[in-house]
Design a protein around this ligand. Structure first.
Ligand code: NAD
Ligand code: TYD
Length: 359
């Protein structure tokens, strides 16, 4: 069986990928994760007796550590999920985003290229470095603009998006300059089990369950294209196994929704699964907008369908129901991620947004 080095595998998408990879026997996994605030080690606790799974705590920017891991585990491919990933945090403190997303990716590329150059021909040929990126590098769309394609220009607007754009450019350059066998995927907003509750969907679910207000930035008409995380993991695997080197693929859910609709759908599901005297939607509160808030993202994923036959399988209502059920069934996980620094963040991000906008 192959071995994949996965970075950031304790986070939301990486952990879903690892669980799927082990379940489907895609590969043995070495997971390098710094365990930042966004990760809960308990997420993968039940893999502790799995002989095909190894965890290393560390930073993708630590080149010595990378050399040792690559030497020891001799991975067949590398998948880079590790990143600072939350736009609001990037607005309040961009430093870590530059450090991990740009400098960290650079160090990972350097160490991986050096490793790849020394591989035997037999191992070198199928080796891939897959970099997981975002549609946010393409900027913001107007209401009738066509969806982002792989050849859409990069116009990142937030420090997060700019840092991811920087990392994408480095990955591209390593392919063009050195022939290093990279792949890049740019996906839309993911949702599903194990997402840290600073992102819209889990934040709204957990606030609603705790009878807290449901903050909607601005007028709630910003649009995101929601992709179920399991569909995303499948797509990554397909790209890894079957794509030509140097390619980039957009991965989306064919599922554009305004934020207000997303929140209303969550409330309707919770009214069924966890009824309260008042409808959950009575907690909706319009708050001060995010600075530079991108209006609309939409992904044209016809290239990955054409080349690799992948398309999203989950529909939004079904995916949302599964997601909410997962949070209801996993209160201990929720408690673990909501302790400590989470409270500080909520105060920092929402403390100053208290004034509800007239609407
Ligand atoms: P996440 O924030 O949930 O998890 C990130 C993980 O990376 C955490 O476990 C964290 O501890 C780890 N990490 C952070 N800095 C690190 C470092 N320097 N070294 C090693 N590990 C480090 O993020 P996610 O939502 O799982 O996103 C995974 C990837 O997908 C990211 O690259 C992100 O930019 C991209 N992406 C995410 C979404 C989304 O909707 N979640 C959408 C588009 C793209
Ligand atoms: P988020 O989950 O942070 O993802 P991204 O910024 O990467 O798209 O936010 C999704 C959308 O929801 C985005 O338009 C911002 C909005 N949003 C709110 O309205 N309220 C909130 O409390 C949060 C966290 C996000």
């Amino acid at each position: 069986m192959q071995t994949f080095l996965v970075t950031g595998g304790v986070g939301f998408i990486g952990s879903n990928f690892i669980l799927k990879a082990r379940e489907e026997q895609w590969a043995n996994i070495v997971n390098l994760d710094k365990l930042t605030y966004a990760s809960n080690p308990q997420t993968l606790a039940h893999l502790q007796d799995d002989l095909g799974y190894h965890f290393v705590r560390g930073d993708i920017g630590d080149i010595e550590l990378l050399r040792n891991i690559l030497e020891q585990y001799q991975p067949d491919s590398i998948i880079n999920f590790a990143a600072e990933s939350h736009v609001d945090r990037s607005i309040l403190s961009p430093q870590d985003f530059i450090q991990t997303n740009v400098v960290g990716t650079f160090q990972l590329l350097e160490a991986s290229k050096a490793y790849w150059e020394k591989l035997s021909l037999e191992k070198r040929e199928p080796f891939r470095f897959l970099h997981v990126s975002t549609d946010e590098v393409y900027g913001s769309l107007g209401p009738t603009d066509p969806a982002f394609r792989e050849d859409s220009p990069y116009t990142p607007n937030s420090p997060y998006a700019a840092s991811k754009a920087g990392s994408d450019h480095l990955v591209r350059a390593y392919y063009h300059t050195y022939g290093f066998p990279t792949l890049t995927t740019n996906c839309s907003n993911n949702y599903g089990p194990r997402q840290f509750p600073e992102k819209l969907i889990p934040l709204i679910v957990l606030n609603a369950l705790n009878s807290k207000s449901l903050p909607i930035y601005g007028d709630g008409q910003n649009v995101r294209d929601w992709l179920y995380v399991e569909d995303h993991c499948e797509a990554i695997y397909q790209v890894l196994q079957r794509s030509r080197i140097g390619e980039t693929y957009n991965i989306g859910g064919n599922n554009e929704q305004t934020n207000l609709t997303v929140v209303e759908k969550i409330c309707a599901i919770l009214d069924e699964l966890a009824p309260k005297p008042n409808h959950h939607s009575s907690l909706i509160t319009f708050v001060k907008d995010r600075p530079g808030h991108d209006r609309r993202y939409a992904i044209d994923c016809s290239k990955i369908k054409r080349d690799l036959g992948w398309e999203p399988r989950e529909n939004f209502d079904g995916g949302l129901l599964k997601t909410i059920q997962w949070y209801l069934k996993n209160p201990t996980w929720v408690e673990q991620v909501q302790s400590g620094t989470y409270q500080t963040w909520i105060q920092q991000n929402y403390g100053e947004r208290k004034v509800a906008l007239s609407h």
